[in-house]
Every structure is written in structure tokens, then in C-alpha cells.
Design a protein around this ligand. Structure first.
Ligand code: KG4
Ligand code: ZN
Length: 338
């Protein structure tokens, strides 16, 4: 740490990860602590909101203290406290927000309220602080499948999203149908490695002309095709279903993301969100970006899923422009991006 560094403590509790991190100057990761609730929710097959908020309450203090300890800092060293304000599960958001407000008030430091989807995008700035605008970002998580056109740090415009299920949600639902464990994304990815997509062909879904996506029809197609095969007495391998489903989702995302890059004539594409931890998706996008001569940024897999380092990174740019929150700021389950 050097004197003059801007040291931001970030907190994240929008869903089922309780996370705290300290980031210096928007990109130097001093600590990044994530307490996952996956084991707790697994037996329910998905996140139970009430259970999640109670668990955040238990985990927040130790997670924050560990983040500070790992960064080798004392409370007084912090420049500001940042927290996810929304979108997310209201009860979960409130826990992080209350902790951040309390800290900001007690320490007399500014409070920075961060949008969760923006935070996902800024995970890219942790490893590449010099990314240039304009760019298109594709954020694919459990709750969102968003295409964003960004022309500056405070100029983000949502240009496409899902009309029904988010891509991560589709992974989770199909995994549950296949009897795979929660969270579904990593389970499907593991199975798909041993599968042959051609052995379980899925209909090519009619794609809309615009930049919106739709995944609920695909989920229905998997279920329908599976039942049809069983009725005919055909043997279906879960591995093949997983590979075919994953392949189709990635094709849709790839088609839409590169269509957005063309539509806005930008040289740069950023990926973010839990689904972009998927190795197959990463390979496909890297190959396509090379083919089309597009500069592609994607965070390391551990920074794709929910974490607080990305919150602190996004907050840094808000700090620079004096975008602070009052202690009266509320959590917003459906906080809009623009
Ligand atoms: O960004 P994230 O951690 O939380 C939200 O903001 O929603 O994303 C979680 C989503 C879940 O739906 C999970 O199944 C999916 O990301 N996911 C993956 C992978 N890892 C996590 N999907 C596909 N492949 C993966 N390897
Ligand atoms: Zn997220």
C-alpha cells in the first residue's frame, strides 16, 4: 500500500454469496473473500431467499474482517465503503447495505452504491484497467442475460435482454430436470465434456431480429425431446443432453453478442457474469473474436461469479466522479441499469 492509494472495501450480498474485498485504485486486488452458500441451498435445489438473507447476516462480519486482515489494513486506512444496491434478492441486498451503511457512518467514510450488473462488467477492469470505450458487454448470470453498449464510465445503455429466463437460470433448470446438482451451470459443463451434442439434437430455435434472447423454449425443448425419446424406448445419455443444451445456449449468446458488436461498430467485447466461467463458452468466444478481429475481454473464472472485488472496482470509477450515496439509500430488487 502507498499513501495516496484509493482503498475501497466492497461488499456483495445480492444472491447467495457473502463477499468482501479490498481493491486499490480500481484494479489492485488486496483481498477477495467469498463465503458461498451453495452447500446450504443445494438440498433445496436452488436459492431460498429467506435462508440466504439469514446466512448473509451470520457471514458478513467475519467475511469483512477477513478481507481487511488479508489486505493487511486497518479500518482507518479505507478510503470508502462500496456495496451492491441491486438488482438482486431484496432481503439479501438489505444485509450488505446495512453493513456498508453502518461502516461508512462509523468510519466517517463515503458510501458508494453499486449496480450489480455494472459490477460484473468491471470485473474485467481488475485485470485490464486500461480497457477503452466504447464497447459492448454481455452479462450472463443467474438473473440476467444483458447486452450493454457503453460509451463511458457513466454511460451504459441496455440494448438487449432476455424475454423470459436468463441463461444461467436455464442452466439451473435443465440441470435440475436432469437430476444434476445445484448450481446447474458447473454440473452441466462437467457432464457436457463427456457428451456428443449430435446424439441429442435440439431444434434450432427461431431467433428474433433484435438483440433480445429467449431461453424458456429451449428448456421446454429439452424436456419434450427427453420424454419423446423415453416413450420410444431410446437410450438417452445425460452427457449428450448437457452437451447439446450447452452448445445451443452458447450459439445463441455468440450470435447476439457479435450482432451487437456489429450494430454498434465497436472493436471491443466484454464478457461477464457467472455463466461466462464456462470453459466451452470461453473457447467459442475467443475463437470467434479472433476470426472477426474483435478485442475480447473476459474475467478469470473466479471473478465471473459473484464477488466483491468487482463491486470495489466499479465503485472506484464512481468515487472518481463523486458519485456517492446517502445513508438513506434503499436496496432495489429491480434496480434499472440506465
Ligand atoms: O453471476 P452469478 O454468480 O450470480 C448472479 O448474479 O446470478 O451467476 C450465477 C449463475 C448460475 O445460474 C450458475 O449456474 C451459472 O451462473 N454458472 C455457470 C457456470 N458457473 C456458474 N453456467 C455455466 N457454466 C458454468 N461453468
Ligand atoms: Zn451476479
Amino acid at each position: 500500500m502507498r499513501s495516496g492509494d484509493i482503498l475501497i472495501l466492497g461488499l456483495e450480498s445480492s444472491c447467495d454469496e457473502t463477499a468482501a474485498a479490498v481493491v486499490a485504485d480500481g484494479h489492485r486486488l488486496l483481498s477477495n473473500v467469498v463465503a458461498s452458500q451453495v452447500e446450504i441451498h443445494r438440498r433445496f435445489g436452488g436459492v431460498v431467499p429467506e435462508v440466504a438473507s439469514r446466512q448473509h447476516l451470520r457471514a458478513l462480519n467475519p467475511v469483512i474482517e477477513l478481507a481487511l486482515e488479508k489486505a493487511g489494513l486497518g479500518w482507518g486506512d479505507l478510503t470508502a465503503v462500496a456495496v451492491t444496491r441491486g438488482p438482486g434478492l431484496l432481503g439479501s441486498l438489505l444485509m450488505g447495505l446495512m453493513a456498508a451503511k453502518t461502516l461508512a457512518f462509523a468510519l466517517g467514510k463515503p458510501l458508494i452504491a453499486v449496480h450489480h450488473i455494472r459490477a460484473h462488467i468491471y470485473a474485467n477492469f481488475l485485470t485490464h484497467p486500461r480497457i477503452r470505450f466504447p464497447f459492448v458487454a454481455l452479462v450472463v448470470s443467474g438473473g440476467h442475460t444483458d447486452l450493454i453498449y457503453a460509451t463511458g464510465h457513466s454511460q451504459f445503455r441496455l440494448v438487449g435482454s432476455t424475454r423470459d429466463d436468463a441463461a444461467g437460470e436455464a442452466f439451473d433448470k435443465v440441470a435440475r430436470f436432469l437430476g444434476l446438482e445445484y448450481p446447474g451451470g458447473p454440473s452441466i459443463e462437467r457432464k457436457a465434456r463427456e457428451g456428443n451434442p449430435a446424439a441429442f439434437p435440439l431444434p434450432r430455435l427461431r431467433s428474433s431480429e433484435d438483440l433480445s434472447t429467449s431461453f424458456s423454449g429451449l428448456k421446454t425443448a429439452v424436456i419434450y425431446r427427453w420424454r419423446q425419446a423415453q416413450a420410444r424406448g431410446e437410450k438417452v445419455r445425460v452427457e449428450d443432453v448437457a452437451a447439446s443444451f450447452q452448445n445451443t445456449v452458447v450459439s445463441v449468446l455468440e450470435e447476439k453478442a457479435f450482432a451487437a458488436v456489429r450494430a454498434f461498430r465497436v472493436p471491443t467485447l466484454l464478457l461477464a457474469g457467472g455463466v461466462t466461467a464456462n470453459g466451452y463458452l470461453r473457447e467459442r468466444f475467443l475463437a470467434r473474436a479472433r476470426e472477426e478481429n474483435i478485442q475480447l475481454f473476459l474475467p478469470p473464472p473466479e471473478l465471473c461469479t459473484d464477488n466483491a472485488a468487482m463491486v470495489a472496482a466499479a465503485a472506484y470509477y464512481q468515487f472518481l466522479r463523486g458519485d456517492f450515496a446517502s445513508l438513506g439509500v434503499s436496496a432495489e430488487a429491480n434496480l434499472p441499469l440506465d
